[in-house]
Ligand binder design. Structure first.
Ligand code: C2O
Ligand code: CU
Length: 499
């Protein structure tokens, strides 16, 4: 639940933290230690293996897939960019499985650099989580690596490298896990991937970070060659909304002047699977002339909730249903607090396509922020006492550009330790003027107050969001801001199971 600003004394911050102990991890041989005494479970140890064994369902299939990260040229619908992608189709790559299936994905790294693949939102075995230096060694240029894991829960997920800023190129794809028991109360399904785009337009994401490191947002504006350096991205819903000046915003890899068209028939019920794959942009999404019914957040059902528009942070997914009207309508994802938008067209009848700058009135009516929706009993986290609470104080600065959790960047952070079987509470205390979409690997938490199940939650500037999770997936789990510019400069910590 989003609450007002609160203060946390320095003493409280230290309670529950390990303190200033050294965290030694040797990737080969998986030796894990906190300080001299406490030991952490290994990503490929017996605790993780026995949980994985329990995930398979009778009749589960093996789903083979291949990912070939490589240099590609993408036509964004006018601008053509050289970048890195899993495919040269702007639609991106979609992998589809059923809950209980085993996914076996062969990665053939044709990039000139290391990579990795993280399966965002999936409660999978820890050694397949794709975090170099924590759960696996990096996949070197030219090498192959196989990920094989059971997908236990239905929902809309995505995948991307957990290596540097590779997510801010075209290296992301959608993973749909179908529910064998899905009532299927819709006639069609559209996958809608939202993105902010800079690579190949004169700067790589790595050069963007160099600009941020040298001069903060002013450095990015200066390198973008525009503006006075005085722009500030802010929104009444979030506070500060980002650091990077993007030339383009995309729906399914297309700029607004050459949008994708979704074609349907009047009165059809369509399920939209929305994925915010952007790096530094929250999107406010609306479909002109329609109301949206939110049915799932980050794959988990909510009590269906109607809204005119929906705000999605980076790394969040939402499933909404709409009943199509007759005509041609703009599906607009407005870059929250920035100028610019991503656009697609929904067509069920004759008529001209809406202009690239169409701004449906729904964007400024009832805007729903995910994380505050009630949930059906089946997805409610069972009531029980909290065994352990960790505070994560989120802070940072533009000059020098550096983002921290509990005052430390990842390299200097103490892991947040838990034990298997505990109910764990995380208090996400944002002291900064910027919003942070906070993501926990390998688990779904419940937002305290609403009960909404999620794996990525928006923490608005100077607010606190509290979440509970059951520590039922032993391993070492990255917990971080899903803005890769923030994560790369420090805003990550390890949620570490003690052995
Ligand atoms: Cu999609 Cu560690 O994140
Ligand atoms: Cu952040």
């Amino acid at each position: 639940m989003v609450t007002g600003p609160r203060r946390v004394s320095r003493r409280q911050v230290l309670v529950g933290a390990v303190g200033a102990v050294a965290f030694g991890a040797a990737v080969s041989g998986w030796t894990w230690a906190v300080g001299g005494s406490a030991r952490l479970v290994a990503p490929d140890g017996t605790a993780a293996a026995s949980v994985e064994a329990a995930r398979r369902r009778a009749g589960g299939r093996t789903i083979p897939a291949t990912l070939t990260p490589r240099p590609v040229s993408l036509d964004l619908g006018g601008p053509t960019v050289s970048t890195w992608g899993y495919t040269d189709s702007p639609d991106g790559q979609v992998i589809r499985a059923r809950a209980g299936d085993l996914l076996r994905v062969e990665v053939d790294n044709r990039l000139p650099v290391d990579t990795s693949v993280h399966w965002h939102g999936v409660a999978l075995r820890n050694d397949m989580d794709g975090v170099p230096g924590l759960t696996q060694a990096p996949i070197p240029a030219g090498a192959r690596h196989t990920y094989a894991f059971t997908v236990p829960d239905p929902g809309t997920y995505f995948f991307h490298p957990h290596t540097g800023l590779q997510l801010d190129r075209a290296l992301h794809g959608v993973l749909i896990v179908d529910d064998p028991a899905e009532p299927g109360r819709y006639d069609a399904e559209w996958i809608v991937v939202l993105d902010d785009w800079v690579d190949g337009t004169g700067r790589t994401p790595d050069e963007v970070l160099t600009g941020l490191r040298s001069m903060g947002a002013m450095g990015d504006m200066a390198m973008a060659g525009g503006g006075t350096g005085m722009e500030r991205y802010v929104s009444p819903l979030l506070g500060g909304t980002g650091d990077v000046a993007y030339p383009w915003y995309l729906v399914n890899g297309r700029v607004p002047t050459a949008p994708v068209t979704f074609t349907g028939r009047p009165r059809q019920r369509v399920r939209l699977r929305l994925v915010n794959a952007a790096a530094d942009t929250a999107f406010r999404v609306a479909l002109g002339g329609h109301r949206l019914t939110l049915t799932h957040t980050d794959g988990w059902s909510v009590t269906p909730t109607d809204a005119d528009a929906l705000l999605l942070g980076m790394g969040e997914r939402a499933d909404v249903t709409v009943t199509l009207a007759d005509g041609v309508f703009p599906l607009v994802a407005s870059a929250e607090g920035k100028s610019g938008q991503a656009v697609a067209v929904v067509r069920t009848g004759a008529g001209d396509a809406p202009p690239a700058d169409a701004r449906p009135g729904e964007l400024d009516q009832a805007v729903l922020v995910t994380g505050a929706q009630p949930v059906p009993d089946a997805v409610r986290l069972p009531d029980r006492a909290v065994d352990r609470t960790h505070d994560l104080v989120l802070d940072g600065a533009m000059m020098p550009y550096r983002w921290t959790i509990n005052g430390a960047d990842y390299a200097h952070s103490a892991p947040l330790t838990v034990r298997q079987g505990e109910r764990v509470r995380l208090r996400l205390i944002n002291r900064s003027a910027m919003f942070h979409p906070m993501h926990v690997h390998g688990h779904t938490f419940a937002v305290v107050g609403s009960g909404t199940r999620k794996d990525t939650v928006i923490v608005p500037a100077r607010q606190t969001v509290t979440v509970d999770l059951d520590a039922d997936n032993p391993g070492q789990w990255m917990t971080h801001c899903h803005n890769p510019y923030h994560a790369e400069t420090g805003m990550m910590v390890n949620l570490a199971y003690l052995a």
